[in-house]
Design a protein around this ligand. Structure first.
Ligand code: GDP
Length: 725
């Protein structure tokens, strides 16, 4: 079976937005117009296609990144059934809620382009900024879509300006709205210099008009601006332009496409998804400006056999390689592993090699998710996205490939949890099932972590925010039938050191029979980011893990090689126990540089204990400190409450970083420690008569001030409360 649509007619893209900007409504229209979904579900009915998880419907937020496939022919194509003009779209859903930004980050890895949706009343919102940052990191080409132009208070110009000011000066208008608020009629296309309205059922009939008189001057001005901005990206066009010659529409589009793919221009579209105005033209924009897999550089990875860098082109003839990016339990099919094929072809029933783990597994069935059905498919081709059914050992971020040509693609990195809660099964019956349920959820979501309190043996769940954990507990109940009680949310403090220190410890026991002897000298220092020259791999004597490094600098066998892993283990154990207040220590590099051993008495345990003691001593000298998560907070409030909100933020050890106007609201951005933010939503509500809104997300870890640290130590029962300067 050959592929139906060539890879250059494939678009893998995501619809990215701040909560409530209209991503769900827009996705619905996309599925409707692409003909997959024939009945349209409105968000307020709680019946949409992409939001198929129960509590997503209830909460109105999209939690999981499902990939949905559909076909699109540009709106000017008359014969909508002509496959030679059709494109394959894989729409990768990305959640808008802050507690799920890891999901967005993960999607950014596998999509080739994005449509970023904005609310024309609110303009750029904090989440749009964060997601934009992720897209910048992943160099994802983007088109912007200013939605909700029918709303009271809608302003294309203000929203456009907020994109320019807060996101990128590379944004440029390719459309203007025709009217606004309840007078919104359609859109003006600044490339074609025509106006469009959307008529009939669901706005399916697109009608072309001349640009209305009252908008002609604006349209001319912005058309000229568009040309000026585009010709900069092509020397020939630029020269002609300077000589007074305007580019043809074809050249203009071609060059604009090139510039968008190079992340040099972000074209701005507009419309109203709810009123069925403009969505089809955004889809044409996806075809015209967002890249096909073939427009992007080849994917890079490492050959695990010899550590050399290898590349794969998005071609069916290349050896197969794919990245697993999402595990999801589908209510109809079971456990799904979504993967993106970067090169080659994979067939159902074949064995795939997991280059990350070195295991082989049979890919029994492959499905493609359409809006309303799951279609079983035989083969997946280069550049496509599909899901394997029932793969057991494949996790998020694993590379699947042809065993004969192994490759490991770059891993997706996820932030560490900042909030923790104790969780306890309600009944004995729940107890048995809770472990399995939690493990499954953690497999699906790499930012959801499970651990056990060493002293109380209680289970602790960790995540990116209160809501994140709440939803996980909710899912456990719904999907696995496990009921649990949870404790109050707690801050996930960490510890680290501030400077280098050295320590020596000799563990000696001679109490009849065989003795114990282990002797180590170590240096510990804050871990530095690793900069390896191109093509170089890590020196053999360095072991790197997340937040920990071990450097073995033992010379001349003063400690035999067999005991060195025990020293590393001891240091890791000491770090896990913490030093200041019993929280996990992180980002420390330990160098083992000297020591000694005894022919008879030395053992692994003796070296491990020596390492634990030496580490503790060194940590004491290295300025060990407590770290706390600092959140980026944005509050939007009517001006009259601004003083109260600001004062309150300061009283929470917060730092106000900026104040802005958006619409009729003041926007306050601040950095506040997470420990001060529990219950803030309620506090804000009462402070502002419910008229302010807020958003919060993890920003970074910072040192806890000494007085606060002492309080934490007291609560944790740490006795030696030292007054620090
Ligand atoms: P999401 O959170 O980004 O998925 O946003 P939704 O699609 O759920 O939309 C949030 C709310 O805005 C819903 O009540 C929608 O009906 C409404 N909405 C979406 N698009 C538009 C639009 O173009 N105009 C207006 N007036 N409302 C819209």
């Amino acid at each position: 079976m050959a592929r139906k649509f060539p890879v250059d007619r494939t678009r893998n893209f995501g619809i990215v937005a701040h909560v409530d900007a209209g991503k769900t409504t827009t996705s619905e229209r996309v599925l409707f117009y692409t003909g997959v979904s024939h009945k349209i579900g409105e968000v307020h009915d709680g019946a949409t296609v992409t939001d198929w998880m129960e509590q997503e419907r209830e909460r109105g937020i999209t939690i999981t990144a499902a990939a949905i496939s559909c076909n699109w022919s540009k709106s000017e194509v008359v014969d909508r059934k002509d496959e030679s003009q059709m494109y394959t779209f894989n729409v990768i859903d990305t959640p808008g809620h802050i507690d799920f930004t890891a999901e967005v980050k993960r999607s950014m890895r596998v999509l080739d382009g994005a449509v970023v949706v904005f609310d024309s009343v609110a303009g750029v919102e904090p989440q749009s900024e964060t997601n934009w940052g992720y897209a910048d990191e992943a160099k994802v080409p983007r088109i912007c879509y200013i939605n909700k132009m029918d709303r009271l208070g809608a302003s294309f110009e203000k929203s456009y300006k907020s994109i320019q000011d807060r996101l990128s000066k590379k944004a440029v208008r390719v459309q203007l709205p025709w009217g606004s608020e309840d007078q919104l009629k359609g859109v003006i296309d600044l490339v074609k210099m025509k106006a469009y309205t959307f008529e009939g059922e669901m706005g399916m009939t697109i009608v072309e008009h001349e640009i209305p008189e009252e908008l002609k001057a604006d349209a001319e001005m912005y058309h000229a601006e568009l040309i000026e901005r585009v010709v900069e990206h092509d020397d020939v066009l630029m020269e002609a332009y300077l000589a007074g010659q305007l580019p043809t529409m074809e050249d203009l589009k071609k060059t604009l496409r090139k510039a968008v793919i190079a992340n040099e221009i972000f074209p701005v579209f507009t419309g109203s998804s709810l009123k069925n105005i403009g969505v089809q033209l955004v889809l044409d924009g996806v075809v015209d400006y967002l890249p096909a897999p073939t427009d992007l550089p080849p994917v890079k990875g490492i050959n695990p056999k010899n550590e050399s860098e290898v590349e794969r082109l998005p071609k069916d003839e290349e050896p197969f390689c794919a990245l697993a990016f999402k595990l999801q339990t589908d209510p109809f099919v079971g456990a799904l592993t979504f993967f993106r094929v970067y090169s080659g072809v994979v067939k159902s029933g074949s064995y795939i090699y997991n280059a990350t783990t070195g295991q082989k597994e049979r890919l029994g069935r492959i499905v493609r998710l359409m809006a309303d059905k799951r279609t079983e498919i035989e083969e997946v081709y280069a550049g496509e996205i599909a899901a394997g059914v029932g793969l057991k050992d494949v996790k998020t971020s694993h590379t699947l490939c042809d065993e004969a040509s192994p490759i490991v693609l770059e891993q997706i990195t996820f932030p560490e949890p900042v909030v923790a809660m104790r969780i306890e099964p309600k009944t004995k019956n729940d107890q048995e099932k809770m472990g399995t349920a939690l493990k499954k959820l953690a497999d699906e979501d790499p930012t959801f972590k499970i651990s056990t309190d060493d002293e109380t043996m209680e289970t602790i769940i960790g995540g990116m925010g209160e809501l994140h954990l709440e939803i996980m507990v909710d899912r456990m109940k719904r999907e696995f039938g496990v009921e649990a009680n949870v404790g109050a949310p707690q801050v996930a403090y960490r510890e680290t050191i501030q400077r280098e220190a050295e320590a020596e410890y000799k563990y000696v026991k001679q109490s009849g029979g065989r003795g114990q002897y282990g002797h180590v000298k170590i240096k510990i220092r804050p871990m530095q980011p690793l900069e390896l020259a191109e093509g170089k791999s890590l020196p053999k004597n360095i072991t790197r893990e997340d937040h920990f490094e071990f450097v073995n600098n033992i010379k001349g066998g003063v400690i035999p090689g067999e005991f060195i892993p025990a020293v590393m283990k001891g240091c890791k154990e000491a770090m896990a126990r913490g030093f200041v207040a019993g929280y996990k220590m992180e980002d420390i590099s330990v160098e083992l540089f000297d020591g000694s051993y005894h022919d008879v008495d030395s053992s692994e345990i003796a070296f491990k204990l020596a390492a634990i003691h030496a580490f503790k001593e060194a940590a004491g000298k290295a300025g060990a400190v407590l770290l706390e998560p600092i959140m980026k907070v944005e509050v939007r409030t009517p001006e009259q409450f601004m003083g109260d909100v600001n004062g309150n933020i300061s009283s929470k050890r917060g730092q106000v970083e900026g104040m802005d106007d958006i619409g009729d609201k003041k926007v306050i951005t601040a950095k506040v420690p997470l420990s001060e933010m529990f219950g803030y939503t309620n506090m804000l509500r009462s402070m502002t008569q419910g008229r302010a809104s807020m958003m919060m997300e993890f920003d970074h870890y910072d040192v806890v001030p000494a007085n606060v640290a002492n309080e934490i130590k007291k609560v944790r029962g740490v006795k030696d409360v030292v007054e620090e300067a």
